[in-house]
Structures are given as C-alpha cells and as structure tokens.
Design a protein around this ligand. Sequence first.
Ligand SMILES: *Cc1c(COP(=O)(O)O)cnc(C)c1O
Length: 477
Amino acid sequence: MSDEINEKLRLIPSIDKLLDIPAIRDLTVQSSHSFVRDALRTVVDDLRKEMQSNSVSYNGEIAAEIQKRLQQRIHDARQSKLRPAINATGVVIHTNLGRAPLAVEAIKSMTEIAGRYSNLEYDLSTGRRGKRDAHCEELLCQLTGAESAVVVNNNAAGVFLTLNEVARDGEVIISRGELVEIGGGFRIPEVIGRSGAILREVGTTNKTRISDYESAINGNTKAILRVHPSNFRITGFTAKPSLEDLIELSNRTGIPCIEDNGSGCLVDPETMGLTDEPFVQVSIRSGAHVVTFSGDKLLGGPQSGIIVGKRELIDRIRRNPLMRAFRVDKLTYAGLEATLRLYVEGRESEIPVINMLRYDSQTLLERARRLINAVAQSLTDTGSGGAAQTGSITLSIGKSVSVVGGGSAPERQLRSYPIELLHRKISAREVEAWLRRQATPIITRIENDQVLIDLRTVTTDEESTVASALKSLSEIE
Ligand SMILES: *Cc1c(COP(=O)(O)O)cnc(C)c1O
C-alpha cells in the first residue's frame, strides 16, 4: 500500500471520536447507541476499502463525508422493504403487486382490530373459549347459499385441505383438460399427490365426457374434482360435461363433487363484462358438495382461501388436524368480514377490484387527458387521443386493453386508454426502470417500444405522484 493511502487512512477518526460529533450523537437519541455504532462501523469500513482501492470520491472533510453517508444509511435502514407501489400496468389482480387493494371499510376494520385485544377465540355470551373459524361463516353462507364455510390461508390451502380430508388414501377423478398449473408452481397433479389422494385422470386435454368420469369410478373413488382452468382457455374442438352433469353423477354414486372455483366471484360476473367466469352462488345452487376459492382475487378481500359447502363435509375439514397449520389471523378475519359485509349490503362498488373492472373506458380517457394536461398543459386533440410534448417527453393517448389478471378470465380484455410515453433520449426499457425506481415505484408495461401508463389500476389520489414523476422525467436531457 502506498504511503499516500496510508496517510489518508490515518485521517479517519476513531469510532468513539465520530460518535462524539453532535450531529451523530443526536442520531442515538432516536435509535439505540448500538444501532448507530454498527451503522457507523459499516460506513467507515466501506470508506476504508474505497480508499485502499483508490476509488473514493468526495470533496471536503472526511468526518463530514462519514456523517453524510451515515445519515443515508440510517435512512435506508428505516425504509420498509415492503412498500406501496403504483400499479400502472392495467392488470387489475396483479399477484406480484399484492393482488386486491382493500376497501376502505376493510382497512378500517383491520386497523381497529390490529392494535387491540379482540374476541378472536372468545365467546362473549358465555365468557368461555370460542371458535375462531366461526367469524365469517354466517356471511359466507348468506352470500353463497352454502350450508357451512371455513376460512384458510389461501385457495391452495383450501384445495389441499379439502382433498386431504375428503379423498386421502382414495382416488380423485379429474379431467386431463384440468390438470393445470395456476402460477407460482401450484400444479394440480402435485397438490393432489401431496394431499395423500391418488390422481385418476380421465378424458383428453380437449375433450372429456361424463361417461369418462363414470367408467373411472370404482370402490376406491373418494371424490370428483372440477378445477376452473383460470389462466388459460382451450378453444376449438373441445367438450367437457357441465358442473350439473358432474353433480348428477356424484349424487347418483354418492361420491362428493369438489370444485376449485379459483377467483371467487360473488357478484354476477356479467356485471363486470365477464362471461366465462364461474359464479360461486351458481356452483353451490347446482349442488357442488365443496367449493373452494381465493379471497384476494375477484372477491377483493385480504389473502385467504374460502371453503364452502355441505355441512357434514365442511365440519370434517374444520376438524382436520392440518387446519391449525392453515388457519388465518385476526387481521384476515377483520378484513374479510368487512369486505363480505359490503357485498351483503349491495355496496360492492366500494371494493376496489370490482370498481376497477366496472370502470367506464370513457372516464379513463378523460382521466388520461387530465393527467397529460397537468404535465404538459398543451394537449393537442388528435381524434380519439391527443398528444403533448414537454421537455424531453411526448405523451399521447393510446388504445389498448387492460386485463383482469390473477388467473381470472384470461381472454377477457377491458377497453382502455393508456397514456403512451416516449422519451427523446431514453429507451422505453430505461424509462420503465426509472419509473420503477421512484420513491413510490410506478410499475408500467411496454407495448410496441412505448411505455404505457394504464390509469384503470391507478387511483385518482395517485395521479399527482405520477404527474410529478413525468415532470421530472421530462427534465432529463
Ligand atoms: C388462483 C388459483 C388457485 C390458487 O389460489 P391462491 O389463493 O393463490 O392460493 C388455485 N386454483 C385456481 C383455479 C386458481 O385460479
């Protein structure tokens, strides 16, 4: 090591001296002494390494540099790793972005329960231990028409637990057209295997008849499983029996029919323009013995899995020893209960997911115009859209589609008017990354080499954040 570097290294004050600097000592008032000292050690170590490799660059005094870096480091350490993001992708149920944003009522209810004790497992009428799994049951039965209901962590747990209870050590009949992977590695054949049931696949990928199910039934058959293929559609030369036909077979043979419904739509899907989406009420009314679905897809509540159906079966599922491993906490019950109450009261338009899916595209066009005007103040009308230039960016209104996402209604496209963003100097890929790195990350998508900002999934409260990010972007030369 050169003498010059050694000389510089000697200029670094000791940790104790640094801790005596008033501005640094002040930091130990908010956080503990050891927290600040550890952060300081890391900062000094990093600086020392940079000096040794001669890559350090700063002006001014070394203590001031250390203090600046320490403040930044403490600021970074205080930032949550999990933080809010703006979903400008137009994908309404975006699993990577936390699926359903919750309704105000659900958030209120969760906040109320979060910091206090509650009657989670306490029966207020008797003063004795109560049942945690009873909380949402009444509302779920009222909404779906089922005899009984139980809530678990997610739909994957719902399917697993149901099969484990109903079909363990026996065969489950399922169509080859429904042996799907839902995403994130949730593969139906593997889940059936792990549940302890034996997979009995029937029919072909594109065609399965009721007679295929019927001839597969034997003394060891424990269940017929229908899985909503959620994230894809087989089209063309296809056939599968209706749920009614399966239930008729099930009733005739005494073998329960289980439906993995997937998205958990509790209002008529047609009111959201969804024609091919299963409707939980209809499955129950048709006589399905058990129906499972997610709480955070089309239902719009917190992450959860809901199992509804015939009392005898649901009671058995509830008593399964694995139930303990899949049960949900008080916050989930609080959020789910409040969300379900909105459905019961006919206030489902207050549920963000439902609201976004029903959003009128004309309103989206107006919001896009307004946002562009806020950034550029010079939107020139060019027919359906318009274009505006400000600084380095050009904003125009495109025509595209938003999608439901979350493995729901894959072919369903909602008309949308996203803002198309072009930067004179920076590529679409870099603009997308720049927006993603903002203090509140803005997540966008790229189509035809343009960054698209789809306001369907952006709240009006978030528009100003998007506008100021676009202003900063326009100032980058
Ligand atoms: C989404 C989905 C699942 C998984 O649900 P999670 O709540 O994410 O566990 C299972 N089956 C179907 C049909 C689905 O659409």
